[in-house]
Design a protein around this ligand. Structure first.
Ligand code: ATP
Ligand code: MG
Length: 251
């Protein structure tokens, strides 16, 4: 069975893309999993982080969503053994037309149908909002990973995330599950990090991943080399944490 996971949080800069692409590479690298990474964020970050030249795409996710091309045509195999369906800002220009399509919430799920069986994991990197692209990601997924950064505003955003998931479950009748809430950008020298982590654990209990992603400069640098953290800084704290997340997800 293919596991389909959206990496979702409406707050920006919490580590969605960092998590989506490193997790994808880790699953392929350490467990030989067949992984498809879908970048449904017009910022194009997770594709770019894997070295995809996102400004030179003939076919990209927007063509598959608009049924102008099969998703295979937009799919690139990277040197990381991860297949990627990238996007760029041109996807943003299609948001209004796509929002008017009949069955607009199911465009990604339908586009993926013909290729789902070719993969063990499909990881979807969401944009920082709850527009038509995030809804498509949630409707195409069975599980969600919610990265939350260690800030007051990060904590405040939890209600909005829960509301969005309720909307998908109740109004759209799709039983998407929280696979785990992931504490990101944790700085142990900082009291706020500890307080936010404590509040998250009180609120989510066993829904929290045990893995904690530290604030690490190497995680920030790796994308500019088109590398995952496992290649860029294989012994560092960022690589250790994302490796642990891979193991937690596989278990
Ligand atoms: N644990 C971390 N330590 C240090 N830097 C990080 C960490 N996680 C992410 N970053 C950096 O912070 C920035 C935002 O991260 P990322 O792009 O993964 O967040 P995002 O949630 O996908 O953002 P957006 O909502 O804009 O899509 C990037 O420059 C990234 O390299
Ligand atoms: Mg992102």
């Amino acid at each position: 069975m293919t596991r389909k996971l959206a990496v979702f949080n409406m707050k920006g800069g919490v580590g969605k893309s960092t998590t989506a692409y490193n997790l994808s590479v880790g699953l392929a690298k350490f467990h030989e999993k067949r992984v498809l990474l879908i970048d449904i964020d017009p910022q194009g970050n997770s594709g770019a982080a894997l070295g995809v030249p996102i400004w030179e795409l003939d076919t990209q996710l927007k063509h598959a969503l608009q049924r102008q091309a099969p998703i295979e045509k937009a799919c690139l195999t990277t040197s990381h053994n991860v297949d990627v369906v990238p996007s760029n800002i041109l996807l943003a220009e299609e948001e209004i037309p796509i929002s008017g399509f009949p069955g607009r919430e199911l465009l990604l799920r339908k586009a993926l149908d013909p290729v789902v069986d070719q993969y063990d994991f499909i990881i979807i990197d969401c944009p920082p909002n709850i527009g038509v692209f995030s809804i498509n990601a949630l409707m195409a997924s069975d599980e969600v990973i919610i990265p939350v950064d260690m800030s007051y505003l990060g904590l405040l955003g939890i209600k909005a995330i829960e509301r969005a998931l309720t909307l998908v479950r109740e109004a759209l009748d799709h039983p998407v599950k929280i696979k785990g809430v992931l504490a990101t950008r944790f700085d142990r020298r900082n009291n706020l990090s500890k307080e936010v982590l404590k509040s998250l654990r009180e609120h989510f209990g066993s829904q929290m991943f045990s893995t904690i992603i530290p604030e690490a400069v190497k995680l920030r640098e790796a994308p500019s080399h088109g590398q995952s953290i496992f290649d860029y800084d294989s012994n560092g704290a960022g690589a250790k944490a994302y490796r642990q997340l891979v193991e937690e997800l596989i278990r």
